[in-house]
Write a protein that binds this ligand. Structure first.
Ligand SMILES: Nc1nc2c(ncn2[C@@H]2O[C@H](COP(=O)(O)OP(=O)(O)O)[C@@H](O)[C@H]2O)c(=O)[nH]1
Ligand SMILES: [Mg+2]
Length: 327
């Protein structure tokens, strides 16, 4: 993430500094860690012009590092932050079979995009588009962790009408079907649920049913059911909701092998959830139904209860004006 923020143009402004050398017991271990960092995580930034230095825990050492940078100013962090979303966004055709692909789904507003922002270091998106669930497409962001490339897939989220749930499901399923036709399967499917909601609402229940039917029991071990907004919630009612979900709507998917986790609104917590998935890949039920069994979306387990419209139907039916006020 740090490397992305800096960008390669400003790499010569960067000093990668190791600390705690005076606390090291076995110098050989520290040396091998130092070498490992240089050839793995730090490699691309060093190649682009960054310098590596040891800090000796003395004022002179600190000043040497700072003065060694010189006084050439370059926009580092702000430029990097501004551009990060553009830098990480990839097209569906750029996803490859060796990627660890993780899709995030849930009801709109439960923190799907925020979860991906925490993983990648992207700033939240601004503007009215953020509110319009149906109009948003599927977006994929690629970032490296260790030697692996992770692709996080952000979805528009389900809302409270069957019509829009169908439209969102179609977008998600088109994406999943297209990558599966290219032999790309998923490592993880994350479902976010806001724990600060006071109860398991009808919208949440229907979103979850679509989600669960889309994954299927065989791929359940790839699923992480994640509650968000713990820092915003009343703990007592949040824990009561947590129990209600685990003993109610979520029970059968958990029984089939899905895991339940709390998201603590930190980068570390997001990565713990993601890394806990390992790198096993599986085909989701809807991918088998669509591609292997050649079903139409309307016939699939997740799609058969929904209402589907053609993308341009709202204009033809004159519904667009009615819905404009709602979303
Ligand atoms: N305090 C807190 N805010 C969160 C958390 N997760 C998401 N949010 C906020 O909730 C709002 C909606 O999140 P967003 O990711 O856009 O929802 P999405 O529709 O599911 O993509 C944003 O303002 C987020 O910053 C969380 O765990 N804690
Ligand atoms: Mg979002």
């Amino acid at each position: 993430m740090f490397a992305h923020w800096c960008g390669s143009e400003a790499a010569d402004r960067v000093r990668l500094v190791t600390t705690m050398w005076d606390e090291v017991d076995a110098e050989s271990d520290a040396n091998s860690m130092e070498n490992r960092l240089k050839v793995t995580h730090w490699n691309s930034l060093l190649n682009a012009g960054a310098r590596y230095v040891r800090f000796d825990n003395t004022p002179e050492s600190a000043w040497n590092i700072v003065l060694g940078i010189g006084d050439t100013g370059k926009p580092i962090l702000l430029k990097g932050l501004y551009d990060l979303r553009k830098q990480l966004a990839i097209k569906m055709s750029e996803v490859v079979a060796s990627d660890i692909v993780i899709i995030v789904m849930g009801t709109t507003g439960t923190g799907m995009s925020h979860f991906i922002d925490k993983l990648t270091g992207m700033q939240p998106e601004e503007g009215p588009e953020q509110l319009v669930s149906y109009k948003r497409g599927i977006r994929a962001y690629a970032c490296h962790y260790g030697r692996r490339r992770f692709v996080f897939v952000d979805t528009p989220g389900f809302t409270n009408t069957s019509l829009w749930q169908g439209a969102v499901l179609r977008k998600i399923v088109d994406w999943l079907g297209t990558i599966y036709r290219r032999s790309i399967t998923l490592t993880g499917v994350i479902y976010t649920h806001s724990i600060s909601d006071t109860h398991d609402s009808g919208t949440n229940q229907s979103s979850f049913r679509i989600f669960s039917d889309l994954c299927g029991a065989e791929a359940a071990d790839r699923v992480r059911l994640v509650t968000t907004m713990w820092d915003d919630a009343d703990v007592e009612s949040a824990e009561a909701l947590e129990n209600t979900l685990q003993d109610g709507s979520w029970k059968s998917l958990l029984h089939a092998g899905a895991c339940y986790q709390r998201f603590q609104n930190t980068t570390q917590s997001a990565w713990e959830i993601v890394l806990g998935l390992g790198d096993t890949k599986k085909t989701l039920l809807v991918q088998k139904e669509l591609v292997d069994m050649r079903m139409k979306l309307e016939q699939t387990t997740s799609g058969r209860h929904l209402v589907f419209i053609k993308t341009k139907a709202p204009r033809r039916l004159g519904l667009r004006r009615r819905f404009r006020g709602l979303y």
